[in-house]
Design a protein around this ligand. Structure first.
Ligand code: ASP
Length: 320
C-alpha cells in the first residue's frame, strides 16, 4: 500500500505555442478553457473510479474535438494540402499499445488507436489498411471539411512560401506543429498514456512522427512512468524519448522529474530537438518539462484543482 497514490491526470496541447507577442488575452483564455475542458473530461473518469486508460482517452478526445489544437479537428496540413493524423494509446498495466498513422476520417484518431490495441493482434496500422479498419470497427467518421481550419491552411501557405523563398526557420512554433496528449495514474496506481496529432505543417506525405510510436512520443509502464511527448518528432524518435525517461527511472533510479527534465532539457536540447512532454508515475507525481518558449499544458489533482499554463509562468488554478 502506498498512501502516496493519488489519481492524477496531466495533459498537453502541444509545444507549438503562439508566440507571446502574437497572443491576445481572448486567445489565451480560449486555450486555457480548452485545456480545462479536457482535464474535466479525464478527471470525471478518474473521480468515478475509472481506469487511467479511459481517463487519457477521454481527455484526448476532448482535445481532438477542439480546433485550437493540432489533432483531429484543427489538424495541420501536409505539403500537398492533405491531413494525415497519427495517434497512440498505451496501457501501463501490461504495456499493451495501439496506434494508427496517416489517417483522416475518424472523428477521434485516439479511438482508432484503442481499437487497434483492443481488437487486433497488431500495435500500429498505417495508411489505407488503417482507414479500412476504422470503417470496419464502426468508428464515427467526419468529412474532411469538418477537420479543416483556415488558420492551419494559412500556416501551410506561409510555410510553403518560406520554403519557396529559401527562408530559414523563423522560430514560429505555432505555424509548424502541435499535438495533444494525456497521461494518468488512477486510484490503483495503474498508468496510461495517449497522444494524437496532425504532425508537422508541410510534412512530406507519408511522414510519420513520434506520437504513434511506443517508446518515442508515447509510453506507459506501471514500473516506471507514463509519457506523452510533443515537439519536433524526428528528434524524439531518435532519442526514444518516452522509453528513455522510463529507463532513467528503472535503471538509474532517478525521480520522475529528474528523468523527464534530463531528457528534454539535456538530451533533446543538445541535438536541437525542440519540444516537451508530460509524465506521471505510479505515486502520482507529475512532470511537464519543455525546452521551447511554451507548451500548452495542465494537470488535475484528486481534489479537482485544474492547473493550466502556456508559457514559463505559474499555472492558473480553477476548482470545480
Ligand atoms: N511530435 C509531433 C510530430 O512530430 C508534432 C508536435 O508535437 O508538435 O508529429
Amino acid at each position: 500500500m502506498s498512501p502516496a497514490i493519488r489519481p492524477v491526470l496531466a495533459i498537453h496541447g502541444g509545444a507549438g505555442t503562439v508566440p507571446r507577442e502574437a497572443m491576445t488575452a481572448e486567445r489565451e483564455d480560449a486555450f486555457h478553457a480548452g485545456l480545462r475542458h479536457a482535464l474535466r473530461a479525464g478527471h470525471a473518469v478518474l473521480r468515478d473510479g475509472g481506469t487511467a486508460l479511459d481517463a487519457v482517452t477521454a481527455a484526448v478526445m476532448a482535445l481532438e474535438d477542439d480546433p485550437l489544437f493540432n489533432a483531429g479537428r484543427g489538424a495541420v496540413f501536409t505539403a500537398d494540402g492533405k491531413m494525415e493524423m497519427d495517434a497512440a494509446v498505451m496501457d501501463g498495466r501490461d504495456r499493451r499499445a495501439g496506434a494508427v498513422a496517416g489517417i483522416c476520417g475518424p472523428r477521434h484518431p485516439v479511438l482508432a488507436a484503442r481499437a487497434v490495441m483492443e481488437q487486433t493482434d497488431h500495435v500500429l496500422l498505417a495508411g489505407p489498411g488503417a482507414r479500412r479498419f476504422c470503417r470496419q470497427v464502426g468508428l464515427e467518421h467526419r468529412p474532411t471539411s469538418w477537420f479543416r481550419t483556415e488558420i492551419r491552411w494559412q500556416a501551410l501557405q506561409e510555410v510553403l512560401e518560406r520554403h519557396r523563398l529559401g527562408l530559414a526557420d523563423d522560430g514560429n512554433e505555432a505555424r509548424k506543429h502541435g499535438t495533444v496528449g494525456a497521461v494518468a495514474c488512477d486510484a490503483l496506481g495503474d498508468l496510461a498514456a495517449a497522444t494524437s496529432t496532425g504532425g508537422m505543417t508541410a510534412k512530406m506525405p507519408g511522414r510519420v512522427g513520434d506520437s504513434p510510436l511506443p517508446g518515442a512520443g508515447t509510453w506507459a509502464d506501471n514500473a516506471s512512468c507514463a509519457v506523452s511527448a510533443t515537439g519536433h518528432g524526428e528528434f524524439f524518435i531518435r532519442r526514444a524519448v518516452g522509453h528513455e525517461v522510463a529507463s532513467r527511472i528503472r535503471w538509474a533510479k532517478q525521480a520522475l522529474d529528474e528523468a523527464a527534465s534530463a531528457v528534454v532539457m539535456d538530451e533533446l536540447a543538445a541535438i536541437g530537438g525542440s519540444g516537451g512532454l508530460v509524465a506521471v508515475d505510479a505515486a502520482g507525481h507529475v512532470s511537464m518539462p519543455f525546452n521551447c518558449p511554451g507548451m500548452y499544458r495542465g494537470f488535475v489533482t484528486a481534489d479537482g484543482g485544474l492547473h493550466t499554463a502556456i508559457y514559463r509562468e505559474p499555472c492558473r488554478i480553477e476548482r470545480d
